[in-house]
Design a protein around this ligand. Structure first.
Ligand code: C2O
Ligand code: CU
Length: 472
């Protein structure tokens, strides 16, 4: 089967090359070629990459286009994302476009919005990128394994009037669980300890697949850094040195005003932050994006200063232009929803429903399942709620567990409620919650369809932390 796939892949590639050559030689319009070859491909395939430092063996990964991260898809706001996903993996897969408020049919959730794409098969993703911002795409079938093997990439939607910067850089942050000798990915994706505790955490941290990401800059350069946390479970605590800057967007959505980087940026799995930074370090120095694993900062990305920019210090950047439909106005028709999260190690869960049957926590542990939402383990048959299109909802999330969780809503962004109950927090798609916390979010159910709501610590999602909402 695998031989067949590789050969059929090669044939397709050859056909595409031939079509392109023919088009180039005959000067055929682009459209004619597109009609023959279909959408541009996004192929999930096995590959070998030098992930560990030189001198270590290459690492076998699964990547889009065989690359790590997958190809950076960059387009203008309002343009269409069109990709024929081709699955050359030994497992079924799908592509989820994290943070994009798209048509439900394109959301890439197997069993909810589409059938999983079998090995050798494909699926055409085609949607309009209505929001500008930093998004990402990743596998959504067995994500705990497929994302850990490298199946993700950045989706950048550019504002019509983007801030004036010297470089616009995507930094995909991830950690890998590698065998220290062979540099191969640990394949114990179902490890009970990871599932019941803080999730699968890596022993090798990288930026865009490189341990020592480096990019030359000049003093007074202004950079836009698009940070994406693609890790299975790691929460990145980030700060900058040798530069000063602002957060201008979170989870793809512009902040009303740039926020000066006076405290570390917390990035839970799935979350993004757009920073604008001005290099203050002098030639010969190295500006840094630092990660705080413990008390000491470690370099996550280095920016060696090789010269002086002709420019001098600039004023603070302006806010990004807002995206459409950013307001969340709660009213008398707002649905009040609740989500009670329980389970895990050191938790208080006594029993919960698994596959329709009540199980004691001990029985759940034996089944390698650990977490419940409103007393149910795993994806329930019925949605958490059915909302009318355009209705607003609040969701009080009680994290009655000992661990942090990164709660991600598909298809719609939300705002956290303030003390007065107004939805005034930044518009986000993933909420990072500490153990024991109760937080409330509000959103407008303006996108029809079935939307997942789950923990983006992928071992947690795989062992219970999943539910969904229906917008009728
Ligand atoms: Cu980024 Cu349901 O996922
Ligand atoms: Cu979690």
């Amino acid at each position: 089967r695998r031989d067949f796939l590789i050969r059929s892949g090669a044939t397709l590639a050859t056909a595409a090359t031939t079509a392109a050559t023919t088009a180039a030689m005959t000067g055929l319009p682009r459209l004619a070629r597109a009609a023959t070859a279909g959408l541009p491909e996004l192929r999930a395939q096995k590959a070998q990459v030098q992930l560990a430092p030189e001198g270590y063996p290459q690492t076998a990964i699964w990547g889009y286009g065989g690359a790590l991260p997958g190809p950076e898809l960059r387009l203008a706001q309002g343009a269409r994302v069109q990709r024929r996903f081709v699955n050359d993996l030994p497992q079924a897969s799908t592509v989820h476009w994290h943070g994009v408020r798209l048509d439900n049919a394109m959301d890439g959730v197997p069993g909810l919005t589409q059938a999983a794409v079998a090995p050798g098969d494909g699926f055409d993703y085609d949607f309009t990128a209505g929001d500008a911002g930093t998004f990402w795409y990743h596998a959504h079938e067995r994500s705990v394994e497929q994302v850990a093997r490298g199946l993700y990439g950045a989706l950048v939607v550019e504002e019509a009037e983007a801030p004036d910067v010297d470089a616009d850089l995507v930094l995909v942050l991830d950690d890998w669980l590698l065998d220290p000798e062979t540099a191969q990915i640990d394949t114990d994706f179902e490890a009970p300890h990871d599932r019941s505790h803080a999730g699968r955490r890596g022993n090798f941290v990288a930026t865009n697949g490189q341990q020592a990401y480096s990019r030359d800059v000049a003093t007074h350069d202004r950079l836009r850094l698009r940070l994406i946390n693609a890790a299975n479970a790691r929460i990145f605590v980030l700060d900058v040195a040798g530069m000063e800057g602002w957060t201008i967007a979170l989870d793809g959505m512009p902040l009303p005003a740039p926020t000066p980087l006076t405290e570390p940026v917390l990035l839970g799995p799935g979350q993004r932050a757009d920073l604008i930074v001005d290099i203050t370090a002098e030639p010969g120095e190295v500006a840094q994006l630092l990660r705080f694993d413990s008390r000491d900062g470690v370099s996550q990305a280095g920016f060696p200063v090789t010269g002086q920019s002709a420019r001098s210090r600039r004023p603070a950047p302006a806010a990004l232009p807002p995206n459409p439909r950013m307001g969340v106005t709660l009213d008398a028709d707002t649905a009040a929803l609740r989500l009670n999260m329980e389970g895990g190690a050191m938790g208080r869960l006594d029993a919960a429903i698994l596959n329709g049957t009540r199980r004691t926590f001990r029985e759940l542990v034996e089944a390698n399942e650990f977490w419940s939402f409103n007393g149910v383990v795993g994806m329930p048959d019925a949605p958490l709620a059915t909302l009318a299109r355009g209705q607003t909802a609040t969701l009080e999330i009680r994290n009655d567990t000992a661990f942090p969780h990164a709660m991600h809503l598909h298809g719609m962004h939300f705002r956290e409620l303030d003390d007065t109950g107004a939805a005034t927090g930044p518009l986000r798609d993933t909420l990072l919650m500490a153990g024991g916390e109760t937080r409330s979010i509000g959103f407008t159910a303006d996108n029809p369809g079935d939307w997942m709501f789950h923990c983006h610590m992928l071992s947690h999602a795989a062992s219970g932390m999943m539910t969904w909402l229906r917008v009728a």
